[in-house]
Design a binder for this molecule. Sequence first.
Ligand SMILES: Nc1ncnc2c1ncn2[C@@H]1O[C@H](COP(=O)(O)OP(=O)(O)OP(=O)(O)O)[C@@H](O)[C@H]1O
Ligand SMILES: [Mg+2]
Length: 468
Amino acid sequence: MSVKASAPSNSWPAAGRPSLIVVDDEVPVLRLIERLANKSGFDVMTCSSGSDALRLLARKPADLAMIDLRMPDVNGLELLRQIRRAVPGCEVILMTGHASVESAVEAIKLGAREFLTKPFDFDRLRKLLSSIREELGRRAQVVALESAVARQLEFCGMLGRSPAMQEVFSLIQRLAPHAKAVLLSGETGTGKELAARAFHEAGPRKAKPFITVNCSAVVATLFESELFGHVRGAFTGAVEAKSGLFEAAQGGTLFLDEIGELPLAVQAKLLRTIEFGEVQRVGSLQTRRVDVTIIAATNRDLRVEVAAGRFRGDLFYRLNVVEIELPPLRDRREDIPYLTAAFMGDCAQRMRKPLTGMTAVAERLLLTASWGGNVRELKNVVERACMLAEGNLITERDIEASLGPAPATGQTAQGRAFSPALSSVERGHIVDVLRQVSGNRMAAAKILGISRRALYRRLERHGIADIS
Ligand SMILES: Nc1ncnc2c1ncn2[C@@H]1O[C@H](COP(=O)(O)OP(=O)(O)OP(=O)(O)O)[C@@H](O)[C@H]1O
Ligand SMILES: [Mg+2]
């Protein structure tokens, strides 16, 4: 027997009309709404009690529920609560003939979309139904629509619709043909490595090598020889002459990630290479010409490092002639839906899940989360939510479970930033990821996008013991 995974279906709403369930103990109200909603493009089910509605919804989930507040058995607020739990993809509108401010507030807090008073204002009701219908259609296809927009706005693998990211793309495009040394700064997970690759891709060295050196992963004593090469016998163990990464990157780009970790002695040599375009292998007096663009990245504030004497001022000023700062995700929240849709689309395809969108509440959660780990964290959260999702939509439950507990430092649930120290965000993120993979360091390093050695260094630096 073969089981065929269904391809992501983007056919809604073409495949059918969205469904509405009306729950009211007054039959004339049921008939009235049925007629109106039918005209607005909904398939309508009617129920005269809350318990019937729950039974019906268990068999046939609806996209929208219109519920009377006062009913003899289950009251409207209780029904709302149960629907949010059992059918999170279902939007709820409450209706009442005896509006009270308290119950309206309570309903909205519980996640109701609207609170309508009877007798109905037909015009308003029609508009509301058609706007919900449109929105349902959009949300059901959010993956298809928004990831298409995201892809249209893609720049060398980077997505971003916000003015801040468009400015970054434009800077990279304008500078890539000319710059020989570039500094990329920004918090962890903002896309520095991606930007470095984009820089390479957008420039004239595209067909030449792009070599990455993670400065936090190289053993300090081997740094010089790794970068500049050595001659035979230059030090114990140097049995053969070896060219360094600068020579390997000839004509292309050398990406020095986490430049803040580079030992001071090597910094001096790097500065000479940038200024004169030549390298000297360890143990040799001879210099060799190299034509390499250097892109350095850091998530530390190098000005602070310079002030503390840990980073050479002259190298910093040489690098920051061309500095591009990747903005944190919390400052460009308008990118969240597009990034989410693109990541969801990729996951749906990879995991062969028929995911087409997410619930309104889930969307709001993503828009307001604090995102201390920036795009990397968003990508991980979306990926976990995709794994957890059961139907066509990612629900708020999937997102809540994937977001994990709020960080001790960072932001409020509403996402008001108070700028935690970068290192505490990094520490929290590492611990979080380690917990997700039950302490498996190899897996954690992979998710974090760093080498295992780089992870060990960070565990040591942050004093993180075994986590399982
Ligand atoms: N603009 C973007 N569009 C699409 N994906 C992005 C974007 N920015 C970052 N990402 C994704 O987020 C993850 C982290 O990005 P990247 O490794 O470039 O961040 P970083 O700034 O180098 O982080 P760190 O400082 O921790 O090394 C990657 O999976 C990357 O593909
Ligand atoms: Mg990086």
